[in-house]
Design a protein around this ligand. Structure first.
Ligand code: ADP
Ligand code: MG
Length: 219
């Protein structure tokens, strides 16, 4: 089962991954954007890690909703409200359950991804974060249906990464990159790249949690 601590660890791991990759995310946002994706997310996820540390919410839903609110209030770019909505909507879906299974989490995350699509009006293939989020959540769902296991997060990480890489030949149809028309072709989308990082952090966190729980202890 996944408790509040698991979700705090995930978002802290995400903040670390964003810190590590911030320069690269900003570089990807240079040819087809305004070179701020790395700094936007770095500011946002640092604030998320700080507020989670300070307030230590005690349910998965409360962790995600607080993190989402924090992203919306600290990130100026398009990605702030989109990622903020992803986390808030997912958290809302989890309600006040003290722990959730991977399958329930996957279903809630699907609702969050749908909310991102509704807010931004984008679909897979438009060269946005959805090109990593949708394959990621699809992989999570497919495997969870079989075994409800933490190992599914490894498959989701791989699917999200492949989704991000596959944005390179696409022409952007949403967001700032779409202003470039055909000139957006040939560049990997920064938002899809950061979405793959979120799945990477999730898999890392699940690896840690799975290892610990197989040994019969927590913490
Ligand atoms: P901005 O474009 O305002 O500078 P960022 O650079 O932080 O914001 O984020 C850019 C990323 O946001 C893009 O690479 C893309 O993945 C994502 N994005 C932009 N518009 C949309 C949208 N309408 N739907 C989904 N994702 C979007
Ligand atoms: Mg930008």
């Amino acid at each position: 089962m996944l408790d509040a601590l698991f979700f705090r660890r995930w978002l802290t791991a995400a903040a670390d991954a964003v810190d590590r990759e911030a320069e690269r995310l900003t570089e990807l946002d240079s040819p087809i954007g305004d070179a701020d994706h790395g700094s936007n997310l770095q500011r946002g996820f640092r604030a998320v890690a700080a507020v989670l540390e300070k307030e230590a919410p005690d349910t998965p839903g409360a962790v995600l909703m607080l993190a989402g609110r924090q992203l919306i209030s600290t990130v100026g770019g398009a990605s702030g409200p989109l990622y903020g909505t992803l986390l808030r909507r997912t958290g809302k879906e989890l309600g006040d359950a003290p722990e959730v299974g991977p399958a329930r989490f996957a279903a809630a995350l699907r609702t969050g991804v749908d909310a991102v699509a509704a807010l931004g009006g984008a679909a897979p293939g438009d060269k946005t974060m959805l090109d990593a989020l949708v394959p990621g959540i699809d992989a999570l769902d497919a495997l969870d249906a079989l075994d409800n296991s933490l190992d599914s997060f490894g498959a989701a990480r791989e699917a999200a990464l492949q989704g991000a890489l596959a944005t390179t030949p696409l022409q952007a149809r949403k967001g700032r990159a779409s202003y470039l028309g055909e000139r957006s072709i040939g560049h990997q989308d920064p938002g899809a790249t950061s979405s793959a990082l979120l799945f990477e952090a999730l898999a890392e966190t699940a690896d840690g949690a799975g290892g610990v729980s197989r040994e019969g202890s927590r913490g």
